[in-house]
Ligand binder design. Structure first.
Ligand SMILES: C=C(O[C@@H]1C=C(C(=O)O)C=C[C@H]1O)C(=O)O
Length: 372
């Protein structure tokens, strides 16, 4: 036996030994998590605790000697935490489907594979499914770094009593998908309006002859392009290629390479407990001069930083608006009780959508390029 073969045998014996230890430790972790699950079920508490999960990951990152890159550690723990949640209680996650949408892939990358992902044909159905408790959680796109807010998502918060539990940022790279690789033959390009808008420059330059047709999702667009065959194309995640038997005719076709979407994880009940990083609010103001300024001044006086303020038309009431605001602070803490009371008194209507941890930036499903 050569020296290197002998060393290989030795190393593999050590790896087997470590795997046994890991197996024992993972089982002990699972058993403790089950016990947490029992306590939660006794007190009717929520299984998914994103702030605690962030704390677990941050602590391990800080302790890690660094041989295992940070994004590998995150990917491994994503599945440990996913399994841990499942052992407490299987969780159904509604998302804008069908399979392979950016929302689906972002949800998988953030929540792991031990969740029961359930596709919904429209965003409306995701909100309805969560609000009616047919799913424990939902994943929705909220805003894109190139195209701004997904207006429909903001509007649906007005219609349904759902709450924000977590956020995540996912890098979006679009591909043109078709059964036929010839760009000149493309007559119709299907996709979600956000994806079409994020690639509008590329489309104008590369397939000026094509008509763009909006669809409910990028995956629905891929299915349509596959059904129609030659002359039709879709814009979506390159992974849709495998699911729908298409070719990736062009990659990275978004107008700016650094294209990110912020997704939210929503649930039917508000979150409670440990301190979170930010709070989202939905409010309308009285119709008088300075109404919005009074709200902004109150937050400024408290030293609270705003990270988003957006108005949307109030449906059915022309030229009236609802505001969606993100504040960099956990307004559910007892110390802000008076601030919330004061804020509510300055608003016409006010709803706290949730306090949650600032989300991670994820670079794509699987082990990511975050640290390379
Ligand atoms: C174990 C818990 O439940 C879930 C699983 C976690 C884990 O395995 O570490 C952390 C947070 C929760 O999403 C907990 O709340 O501590």
């Amino acid at each position: 036996m050569s020296a290197s073969t002998q060393r290989l045998t030795e190393i593999r014996t050590q790896i087997d030994d470590l795997d046994e230890q890991l197996l024992g430790l993972l089982n002990r972790r699972a058993s403790l998590s089950r016990e947490v699950g029992q306590l939660k079920s006794d007190s009717l508490d929520i299984v998914f605790k994103p702030f605690r999960e962030k704390e677990v990951l941050n602590r391990l990152n800080a302790l890690s000697p660094g041989i295992l890159p940070e994004d590998h550690l995150r990917a491994i723990y994503r599945e440990i935490l996913s399994s841990s949640r499942r052992l407490q209680q299987p969780q159904t996650v509604a998302y804008l489907g069908p399979e392979g949408t950016f929302t689906h892939l972002a949800g998988l990358e953030y929540l792991g594979r031990s969740m029961d992902f359930s596709p919904c044909p429209t965003l409306h159905d995701v909100f309805l499914t969560v609000a009616s408790r047919k799913a424990d959680l939902g994943v929705i796109p909220l805003e894109n770094s190139l195209q701004g807010s997904v207006g429909q998502s903001l509007d649906l918060f007005l219609q349904y009593n759902v709450y924000i539990h977590a956020e995540l940022f996912s890098r979006i790279s679009h591909a043109l998908l078709a059964t036929n690789a010839d760009l000149a033959s493309v007559r119709t390009v299907y996709s979600h309006p956000q994806a079409l808008a994020q690639c509008s420059g590329w489309l104008r330059t590369n397939v000026p002859q094509a008509v763009v047709v909006p669809t409910e999702s990028t995956a629905a667009a891929a299915a349509q392009a596959e059904r129609e065959g030659k002359g039709s194309a879709a814009i979506g995640h390159p992974r849709l290629v495998e699911r729908y038997g298409l070719k990736a005719v062009a990659l990275d076709i978004q107008d700016l390479p650094d294209n990110w979407t912020r997704f939210l994880v929503i649930g039917p009940t508000p979150t409670v407990g440990s301190s979170r990083d930010k709070t989202s609010l939905l409010f309308t103001t009285p119709d008088r001069p300075g109404a919005l300024a009074a709200i902004l001044n109150l937050l400024a006086d408290q030293g609270l930083n705003l990270t988003k303020l957006e108005s949307r038309p109030l449906k059915g009431e022309k030229w009236k608006y609802v505001f969606f605001m993100d504040v960099e602070c956990d307004l559910s803490q007892e110390q802000y009780e008076n601030t919330i009371k004061h804020l509510t008194s300055l608003c016409h209507t006010m709803r706290v959508l949730g306090s949650y941890p600032t989300g991670p930036h994820l670079y794509g499903a699987g082990i990511t390029q975050e640290s390379s």
